[in-house]
Design a protein around this ligand. Structure first.
Ligand code: G6P
Length: 523
């Protein structure tokens, strides 16, 4: 979608406040001493997630407010009494920071968000844990976010756009406190099937929280179907499967699929200019005269990093001729290091990388370079341009924007090797798809990708590039805004003119006539 069209969608926000709410802030102020400097300096750092890159341009265009939890050690120095960072020449929106008490943050973030909900929704064979105190903290933090939103709006008409699994209770809380707001949420991670979700002791509270939304978005129709199926099993609600509406206590929530994408033209432009220049130096340093195989991710077990390292070991066993021919580089940004499972995982990754280099390295060739550090997004785009192959090995991923960024930035003769368990695999069909759990097949997929004839590589990459140009981040944003507008129109012009029960009956006559399944089960 052209930016012009997006701006037209944004005009629907003109007479109201647009507020984005997420746990992770779009940028933080971090004070640290960099090598070569005598005193610590404060820098603005952007997180490793694609979410920020996706939302910032929209918020800037709408001159909105972003509410998020503080995370940088110098964040407090850059806010006013309300926690607001004023817009600057580069950043044309307000950021309101919530300073969560450390213990509360620990139980909310390390606990319920990342030790309960994250493993619950990513079926990566990592057992979720549920603790009462984490749940209480999750409720309390969602309430604090609601207080901040209410204070920000002070009765003004507003559109709230809530992000992700950290804030599942906020929509219902906001609906009660701020009835004038139109509320949408995007769930950036997978939604599991009902069998998996039912182990969560507070599943009904989470579902009720999400039904406070007017619009709830997932990446894939598959996740939407899982969500509706979960509701059908757990809640006394009416579901219209034709239109994907849910009616709960007289309120209607539209549930839709919007596959998130990337800022294709910006990434492409960078790759073709700065990236092209940087790439030569990167290749000289890491892969001179050899094929360069890259991976980029947060250090997270759901990304299948250990599975990939095992496949690389298997590759050198099965294909000794590839020794010295290919250099692997992995950029794995440290993530959630307060969570024990993440620390243990990072230690194992380090150990296997050492093993690989010890077992297979020869003078003048290091098979595996592990950059376990934060790398600026623009620098990552240069890495894409330098690489012959990108390997995305996620065991389960809502979308995976790294794959889409690579399709935007890579050279035309480069190859994308993509786990079949990413949302992106449903769209990027010209990638070489593989199962990261099957070590031998994974190793053969790498060998096969390295052996693809140039003409085929170019054809595949051309098609991949077309796909990410055809539907980019502005299309995603435009679709969500358009759906909100439509939802509002429908609510004002149809449902509200009818009594609740009649409206429900009109949507799904049969369902309205019989008690919903959950209620039947309880009878
Ligand atoms: C995923 C989630 C985001 C999250 C990001 C980084 O992409 O969907 O909500 O912000 O990971 O994780 P972190 O825990 O560092 O915020």
């Amino acid at each position: 979608m052209a930016n012009q069209e997006l701006l037209r969608e944004i005009s629907f926000l003109a007479r109201r406040k647009f507020v984005v709410i997420s746990h992770r802030q779009p940028f933080s102020h971090v004070r640290r001493t960099v090598r070569g400097e005598s005193a610590p300096q404060v820098r603005v750092e952007k997180p490793a997630s694609g979410l920020t890159l996706a939302l910032e341009p929209i918020l800037q265009a709408a001159h909105g407010t972003w509410i998020a939890a503080a995370s940088g050690n110098a964040d407090a120095d850059f806010v006013d009494a309300k926690g607001v960072v004023a817009p600057t020449r580069e950043i044309h929106y307000r950021l309101r920071r919530l300073f969560l008490p450390p213990r509360l943050r620990e139980e909310f973030y390390t606990g319920f968000s990342n030790s309960s909900l994250w493993p619950l929704c990513h079926i990566a064979y990592h057992q979720p844990r549920f603790e009462d105190r984490w749940w209480k903290a999750y409720q309390a933090v969602n309430r604090l976010f609601c207080d901040a939103v209410a204070d920000e709006l002070r009765g003004e008409p507003a559109v709230l756009f809530i992000q992700d699994f950290h804030l599942a209770l906020l929509p219902q809380m906001a609906r009660e406190r701020i009835p004038q707001a139109l509320i949408a949420q995007f769930w950036h991670i997978p939604w599991p099937n009902p069998e998996v979700f039912r182990i969560c002791p507070w599943r009904r509270e989470l579902l009720a929280g999400l039904l406070g939304n007017d619009l709830l978005g997932f990446h894939l129709a598959y996740h939407r179907a899982n969500f509706l199926e979960t509701l059908d099993r757990e809640m006394a609600v009416q579901i219209n499967r034709e239109s994907n509406w849910v009616i709960s206590e007289g309120h209607r929530t539209a549930v839709a699929a919007f596959p998130i994408s990337v800022d294709t033209s910006r990434i492409r432009h960078h790759a073709a200019t700065t990236g092209r220049r940087d790439a030569e130096a990167l290749r000289n340093r890491y892969g001179r005269g050899r094929r360069l195989a890259l991976s980029v991710e947060r250090m997270d077990y759901s990304k299948g990093i250990i599975e990939r390292l095992e496949a690389i070991q298997r590759l050198f066993l099965r294909h000794p001729e590839l020794r010295g021919q290919v250099s692997f580089v992995q950029i794995s940004t440290p993530s959630r290091t307060d969570v024990r499972a993440y620390r243990d995982y990072a230690d194992r990754v380090d150990a296997i990388v050492r093993e690989i280099n010890h077992a297979w390295g020869v003078w003048g060739w290091t098979p595996m370079t592990a950059l376990h550090t934060y790398v600026e997004p623009e620098r990552v785009w240069s890495w894409y341009f330098a690489s012959d192959l990108l390997i995305v090995s996620s065991l389960h991923d809502g979308m995976n924007l790294v794959a889409k960024e690579f399709a935007a930035a890579a050279r035309e003769d480069a190859v994308l090797l993509l786990s079949q368990f990413t949302g992106a695999a449903r769209e990027l069909r010209e990638a070489v798809l593989f199962n990261p759990y099957a070590t031998d097949a994974f190793a053969e997929a790498i060998a096969g990708a390295l052996a693809l004839p140039e003409a085929e590589r170019r054809e595949r990459m051309r098609r991949l590039r077309w796909r990410v140009s055809h539907y980019d981040i502005t299309d995603w944003a435009g679709d969500i805004l358009r759906s909100m507008r439509q939802h509002e129109f429908d609510a004002q012009h149809t449902l509200l003119m009818e009594p609740r029960r009649q409206a429900a009956a009109r949507l799904e006559p049969e369902a309205a006539a019989r008690p919903p399944r959950a209620r039947r089960q309880r009878l």
